[in-house]
Design a protein around this ligand. Structure first.
Ligand code: CA
Length: 229
């Protein structure tokens, strides 16, 4: 089985080394370390990894900016990114998710938790959803899920991989309320409870990007979300 390639972007060498060691010891991964955002952008160009672990606190070019720049690139728009953030900074976490990160782990983190997140993200990236909806055509929204093409009022919309999968899952279950836990399980691939805040942020961003079609995603207070056909 081919090893997953993980790019670790972290200027603190001790932490980076520990992550690399843990991931490689846990099995099916080989990790490369770069110490700056600039080097990360170059490394992705040279050889796109399967996953990026991106520290937010980097010299010169910060992690949020790196995330934003990667999401603008066609070769990196769907690359899974896990951010490392300071525990105290809720705003960094939210901003990071808004910039298109798939997930975050707060420092100081447990290596076991990080490894679990890495595995979940890689599993999601590798295993496509069963009985996926192939396409949807509504008044404003037209989505071709096989071609990974989404348009609203004839204008193509750029979605991150996670937003795309979120939309697909909601459309697949249209007119039914899907709970946050269910979305975490099916779209994020976690087999245990994690923060549902990630779901809310992603849904909010997806709604915003969908513009006139955004109102089709309803919040069912206390229950979850529902895509209205
Ligand atoms: Ca750092």
């Amino acid at each position: 089985m081919q090893k997953h390639r993980v790019l670790i972007v972290e200027d603190e060498q001790d932490i980076a080394g520990l992550i690399k060691h843990t991931l490689e010891r846990s099995g099916n991964a080989e990790a490369e370390i770069v110490g700056s955002g600039d080097a990360a952008l170059k490394a992705v160009t040279a050889r796109p990894p399967d996953l990026i672990i991106l520290d937010l606190n980097l010299p010169v070019l910060g992690g949020l900016e790196v995330c934003r720049l990667l999401r603008q690139r066609s070769d990196a728009r769907h690359l899974p990114i896990i951010m490392l953030t300071a525990k105290s900074s809720e705003s960094d976490r939210v901003t990071g998710l808004e910039m298109g990160a798939d997930d975050y782990v707060t420092k100081p983190f447990s290596l076991r938790e990080l490894t679990a997140r890495v595995k979940a993200v890689l599993r999601r990236a590798a295993a496509p959803e069963e009985r996926q909806a192939a396409a949807y055509t509504g008044t404003h929204l037209v989505a071709d899920f096989d071609a990974v093409a989404v348009a609203v009022d004839g204008e193509p919309i750029k979605l991150t991989r996670r937003e795309f999968e979120l939309l697909r899952y909601l459309v697949q279950n249209k007119n039914r309320v899907v709970s946050r836990d269910r979305l975490l399980e099916r779209v994020w691939g976690y087999d245990r409870l994690v923060e549902t805040r990630s779901v809310d942020v992603h849904v909010g961003r997806l709604r915003q990007k969908l513009g006139t079609a955004g109102t089709q995603i309803e919040t069912s207070i206390g229950l979850g979300y529902r895509f209205i056909d």
